[in-house]
Design a protein around this ligand. Structure first.
Ligand code: MTE
Ligand code: MO
Length: 227
């Protein structure tokens, strides 16, 4: 590794010390790739939450507190249109759990807060034909699915905070899904839309080979993994 890279990394590290947690979270996008190919181990000195930045598109529009809207529609009695303010006024649930990507990386003890998806489902009132949910990202490409029963699991949150602050743009803010009992690909970022439907449509990665039921330790051939 060249001296310049080392100095650049030390510079980033020093920045983290002076500017605190917000910028540290922002450095994930740059630090994780450096760490992946680091024979020296020096990148261990850099501030990073341990998350890798994932997106299937190169640019995602920014939604602010002023223009963010989540819709819940389809086979429901009462379609919902929720602003960030609406969501933040609802009861918030806190979870601290390890975050596990199916490719093997894990971030221990991540703190999340958000609204239970079950509460939004109660408010919307799924009709008798509704058996599944389709989630769509406002990135324009990523989608995900859960059965209605899975969606009612108490550890499925429409997350407003993560890592001790508002969900950052890189991590899918202002609002992403957090499906605690399942691998990371279920936790769709930049959540824009939830549609109640009569059958599961496999999501983005599921159409590319991952299991539709993504239980940690009980899917994707990783049955031995600690939950
Ligand atoms: N919109 C969107 N959501 C997404 C993804 C993505 O590429 N786009 N990747 C998924 C995968 S595979 C994982 S492991 C996590 C990663 O979250 P992070 O980018 O905050 O680290 O987001 C999930 N949600
Ligand atoms: Mo993942």
């Amino acid at each position: 590794m060249g001296r310049r890279v080392v100095f650049a990394m030390l510079g980033l590290g020093a920045l983290g010390v002076f500017v605190g947690a917000d910028v540290q979270r922002g450095t994930d996008r740059f630090v994780a790739p450096l760490r992946e190919n680091d024979p020296t181990g020096l990148t261990g000195l850099l501030p990073s939450s341990g998350f890798r930045y994932y997106s299937v598109v190169s640019h995602v529009p920014t939604r602010t507190a002023a223009d963010y809207v989540l819709t819940v529609h389809g086979l429901v009695d009462r379609p919902l249109r929720l602003t960030l303010d609406d969501l933040s006024r609802l009861p918030q649930t806190e979870l601290v759990r390890d975050f596990q990507c199916v490719t093997g990386w894990r971030v221990p003890d991540v703190r999340w807060t958000g609204v239970r998806l079950a509460a939004l489902l109660d408010a919307a009132g799924p009709g008798p034909a509704a058996t599944a949910l389709t989630f769509r990202s406002f990135d324009g490409a990523y989608d995900e699915s859960l059965t209605l029963e899975q969606a009612r699991h108490p550890e499925v949150l429409v997350a407003l905070t993560m890592l001790g602050g508002p969900v950052t743009h890189d991590h899918g803010g202002p609002v992403r899904l957090y499906v605690a009992p399942m691998y990371g690909y279920k936790s769709i970022k930049w959540l824009g839309e939830i549609e109640l439907v009569d059958a599961v449509t496999p999501g983005y990665w599921e159409q590319r080979g991952y299991d539709v039921d993504a239980w940690i330790g009980k899917s994707n051939g990783r049955d031995d993994e600690p939950v």
